[in-house]
Ligand binder design. Sequence first.
Ligand code: AMP
Length: 409
Amino acid sequence: MSFENLNLDERLLEAVDACGFTKPTPIQEQAIPVILEGGDLMGSAQTGTGKTAAFVLPILHQIINREPVNKSIGPRCLVVAPTRELAQQVEKDAVDYSKFIKFTQGSVVGGVSYGPQIQMLKRPVDMLIATPGRLLDHMGQGRIDFSRLEFLVLDEADRMLDMGFIGDIRKIVGAVPEKRQTLLFSATLEGPILRMAQSFLKEPESISLTTNTKNHEQIEQRIHWADNVSHKHDLLKHYVAEEEMSQAVIFTSTKRGADELVNQLNKRGQKAAVLHGDLRQSARKKTMDDMHHGKIKLLVATDIAARGLDFKNISHVINFDLPNTAEDYIHRVGRTGRASATGTAISLVCRKDWDYLVSIERLTGKKLKRDNIEGLEAISKEPKNRSTLGNAGRSWKPSRRGSIKRRRR
Ligand code: AMP
């Protein structure tokens, strides 16, 4: 299958070519024809699978090939995304894919000043990309006219539910025309997401690509058992020094943990930058730009901040802490191995992470490979089964103090 088979406008094919894409990804192959036919769609595919082009390209095609329903200046397409990083990534992709057509896009996201957004909303915009809170602020002030809206995209809907945006989404969906094409993307299409899709979409076609994305076949996934945080630091130092690493994202579960880890790494001479939700937008943007330009090798991030991160050169994802949902693990791992590149994901797992490891292995359906680095072996042993865990290791200490001096812990 080639892009030419997808019946997209020539100018979009040129843009795709300029991006260097030679053939559509599986989600693009499946989603583009459905969207071009005008049907609603729910797709279980994550960031990293070419999902953005899968919806932006057919929407652009329809927008340039039909007249708007009226002459108002409001958006013809609204994309709602959970985080500003993801929204900005979608906007950047829309710019890339629309470079040979007459098309305008803009974003309204939190954490930045209102002024430029208010100015942007006074001009005609074809595609508006927004995070829910800021969008509702502008809507509340009567700044957005949805009367000519034809497309609504709910991107990473599962994450929006997790972040408690369901009420906001309902308000947004209630404010846009009933006659529209609605597309919903989510890592999973089960439970509450399915109910959400049923209430917002009309007879949607469902595309599921979870088996591929769940397994991340192109990404080598390993774990190393760790005794405690200090052991994790030693292991991390080793991996950063010994692995063939172009750029790595290192995940921690808390913002404080991320700050502490960056300090530790910098103290050890392994220069790192941090990305989390407490940083000012300008600082986050600078870090993102530095990552894009390869000025940073190690980025320490929390899950929320990492949502939508799309750096082509990430060879490694390291989980300093495991995330507390298996879906987040899959999402983190997908930061490497972008498009069809290969990558490596290494998780440092100690007793407090063990429950999470069990659920990750259950969801992905495979046992992750165990590393054992000579001289840095754990003193403690990984539990054999769930029942041995009990109280998730709070105040746990290694039962046997090792006499191995080389591990300064
Ligand atoms: P996404 O899932 O939209 O975040 O896309 C993941 C990455 O894949 C982005 O860097 C895109 O630029 C890239 N990409 C999208 N479509 C293709 C394609 N057909 N071939 C190669 N790379 C692609």
